[in-house]
Design a protein around this ligand. Structure first.
Ligand code: KG4
Ligand code: ZN
Length: 354
């Protein structure tokens, strides 16, 4: 039986972790070193493959992770100048996500850890996202409020430290990224919708349509985005009779984006007011949206708060955030027992504090 090499399992600054992300449609691999920071980061996006189907096909996603993961691990190792002897921990996304896709990363991560005689840990995907701004030069300090906006989640979370998460608001229906994707599809913009919708909205006339700001006229920090998508559909149908012009397409895209962004900003401001925490971290795919960033920066300036974002390429799924979160937990001695887990659902407030 391979043994865990406790010399390699050194806590503190000697930790060097290989991170693997395969929860959805990106295969991400990175190497994070506690002393020297990020050494490499490679990504393969399956977007082109899934776009033919207008969305992620889970079985195709799993198979593609199988094809791409090992070559990407070799590439990340080469880019970092790392050998197996210099890696002393492996982190893989254990959930939430598509189970088949997660299993590819979990099985590969655990097998490598077994073969190399190092410890491994299953990382929570959303913990990865919300710690991603920590990889930047001027990292946010605890406590902060995290606005997590991705294709699967819209959440406001208070973060007192690593693993100390309290969900204070979330979407009761569609995630905001999902609403971007569905509205983009409706407008015939293709997949994935968020970035294309953002580009299309730049040509929109801001005075033409006004969409509602769901759930902002009542107290609370929860969200609802499915009505916004329906509003977009009804507007489209009302203006669609003689063909959807490029201008109408752009005007609807802009009205949708403005309403989504405004709603998020109103709730963030409310969360800052209610908690008294003046540090906001925004992460997940939708945090790449420049209209959202501009609006949140304006709000923060008004209330005297600070906002931190990951660099653009770490807003969407990546291996770096998993290597980083895994490194923190491995340094704290939290490696799991041999065997692996993959969870489609995994409430973030059940994680252990460091
Ligand atoms: O975090 P992520 O890569 O995957 C999940 O964990 O879901 O987020 C993907 C989501 C998609 O819904 C995508 O359309 C959205 O993030 N997204 C954007 C932008 N870039 C990605 N939404 C709005 N504007 C963007 N620029
Ligand atoms: Zn994600």
């Amino acid at each position: 039986m391979p043994h865990y090499d406790h010399n390699k399992e050194t806590s503190g600054n000697l930790m060097r972790v290989l991170g693997i992300e395969t929860s959805c449609d990106e295969t991400g691999v990175a190497i994070y070193d506690a002393q020297n920071g990020l050494l490499s980061d490679v990504l393969y996006s399956q977007v082109a493959m899934h776009s033919a189907y207008g969305g992620v096909v889970p079985e195709l996603a799993s198979r593609d992770h199988v094809r791409k993961l090992l070559p990407l691990i070799r590439e990340a190792m080469a880019q970092a100048g790392a050998t197996r002897e210099t890696i002393n921990g492996i982190a893989y996304t254990a959930g939430p996500g598509l189970v088949g896709a997660l299993l590819v990363g979990a099985a590969t991560g655990r097998s490598l850890a077994w073969g190399w005689g190092v410890s491994a840990i299953g990382v929570h995907h959303l913990e990865g996202h919300l710690l991603a701004p920590m990889l930047e030069a001027d990292p946010p300090q605890f406590p902060f409020i995290a606005l997590l906006v991705s294709g699967g989640h819209t959440m406001l979370i208070t973060v007192k430290g690593v693993g100390q998460y309290k969900v204070i608001g979330e979407s009761l229906d569609d995630a905001v990224g999902e609403a971007f994707d569905k509205t983009a599809k409706l407008l015939g913009l293709g997949y994935p919708g968020g970035p294309i919708l953002e580009q299309t909205a730049k040509k929109g006339d801001p005075t033409r349509f006004k969409f509602p700001r769901p759930m902002t006229d009542r107290p609370g920090l929860d969200f609802s985005f499915s009505g916004l998508k329906t509003f977009a559909m009804n507007t489209l149908h009302a203006h669609h009779l003689d063909g959807l012009s490029d201008q109408t397409q752009a005007d609807i895209a802009l009205a949708f984006q403005t309403a989504a962004v405004e709603t998020l900003a109103i709730k963030c401001q409310r969360a800052i007011g209610e908690t008294g925490i003046k540090q906001l971290v925004v992460a997940g795919g939708v945090s790449a949206n420049s209209a959202l960033r501009a609006r949140l920066n304006k709000m923060a300036q008004k209330v005297g708060a600070q906002v931190a974002y990951p660099r653009l390429k770490f807003c969407t799924d990546n291996g770096a955030m998993i290597a980083y979160a895994g490194c923190l937990r491995l340094q704290a001695g939290q490696w799991g027992p041999p065997g692996f887990e993959a969870r489609a659902r995994w409430p973030i407030d059940t994680l252990t504090a460091l």
